[in-house]
Design a protein around this ligand. Structure first.
Ligand code: BDR
Ligand code: CA
Length: 317
């Protein structure tokens, strides 16, 4: 039986890579996606998530998430990384489908209550929806199978400030609530996500094997490569969000350490993730190393097949 998954996401170019990889992986059943601000405003993230599902003929529910952080004002969207519409210079498109009537937090709570112990939530954006779900129904900490997040950094630097990673930085209070909850939590942060990189050549190859989905990703990543090249002088890109999905499907690609974790919520180091010293929190798994070449190959092999899997879904529906 495929693993039931809810992806909480702000698509976003690397979100799109992660989502198409998950759609192409028969080991996963993406029962829903919930949207969040971060790379783009929430309404754009909702539209983009529906568009990605329709592009892959994937029947799933999309529920719109929070529009602002728990407590503090929203930071500007990361349009310099993902483009104003979220997929670089790929023109925006209005999908045929619409979002679920429920909020992201309601959808998450309903799903976990209906299928206790069966769902993994993979959050690859700011963690506001998860914090709201914990508030709405604290029982989800027991009902969910596990939670995997892309965010934070332990032994590494930040990518917004010297110490804060973007998803944590965008709502540090929500992230701290997620780290404080008594659930099975894995953090996949910059310690590993920047170690796995893909090149324009990789996406050219994907566009040949899967012209629709690979071609879309090739076009979207042009902008992403520009951003990374300005930062690193190398035309390759970090595999942030796909790494979180791979930590679910292929955990043996990663080396994990366990520790309780907290987020610095004020002062100069706001948004930094660090070991929680007081000992009153459940330990979480933190990905500290990755077999990066194998992770890259896994991503490329799955997405290379994305069009044929999408076509088979279309034929059988
Ligand atoms: C994270 O921030 C976003 O820009 C990416 O989609 C990823 O989830 C990386 O720091
Ligand atoms: Ca993201």
């Amino acid at each position: 039986m495929a693993q039931k998954l809810i992806i909480d996401t702000d698509p976003g170019i690397d979100d799109a890579m992660a989502i198409h990889m998950a759609f192409a992986d028969q080991r996963l059943n993406v029962i829903g996606m919930t949207s969040i601000f971060g790379n783009v405003p929430t309404s754009t993230a909702t539209r983009n998530a529906i568009r990605l599902a329709e592009m892959a003929n994937y029947k799933t529910i999309v529920a719109g998430g929070a529009k602002i952080p728990l407590i503090r004002p929203a930071e500007p969207a990361a349009d310099f990384v993902h483009g104003v519409e979220g997929f670089g210079t790929v023109p925006p498109a209005t999908p045929a489908g619409t979002a679920d009537a429920r909020s992201a937090a309601e959808f998450i709570c309903d799903s976990c209550a209906a299928m206790p112990g069966e769902i993994i939530i993979c959050a690859v954006g700011p963690l506001t929806n998860l914090a709201l779900a914990l508030r709405l129904d604290p029982a989800i900490a027991n009902n969910v199978k596990s939670v995997v997040i892309m965010g934070g950094s332990v032994a590494y630097h930040g990518n917004v400030t010297t110490c804060a990673e973007a998803n944590i930085w965008n709502d540090p209070d929500a992230a701290d609530a997620v780290f404080a909850a008594n659930w099975d939590l894995t953090m996949v942060g910059l310690d590993v996500t920047e170690k796995t990189q893909c090149t324009p050549h990789d996406f050219d190859q994907l566009a040949m094997s899967s012209p629709e989905i690979g071609g879309f990703l090739r076009d979207a990543t042009e902008f992403y490569f520009d951003f990374h090249e300005q930062k690193t002088n190398i035309r390759s890109c970090f595999m942030h969000d796909p790494s979180a999905i791979l930590a679910i499907t292929d955990p043996n690609l990663f080396k994990f350490e366990t520790m309780p974790m907290r987020v610095v919520c004020d002062g100069k180091e706001i948004g930094r993730t660090k070991r929680h010293e007081d000992g009153d929190r459940r330990k979480i798994k933190v990905a500290m190393d990755v077999k990066s070449e194998m992770a890259r190959q896994k991503f490329l092999a799955l997405v290379a097949n994305a069009d044929s899997i999408s076509l088979s879904r279309k034929v059988s529906s």
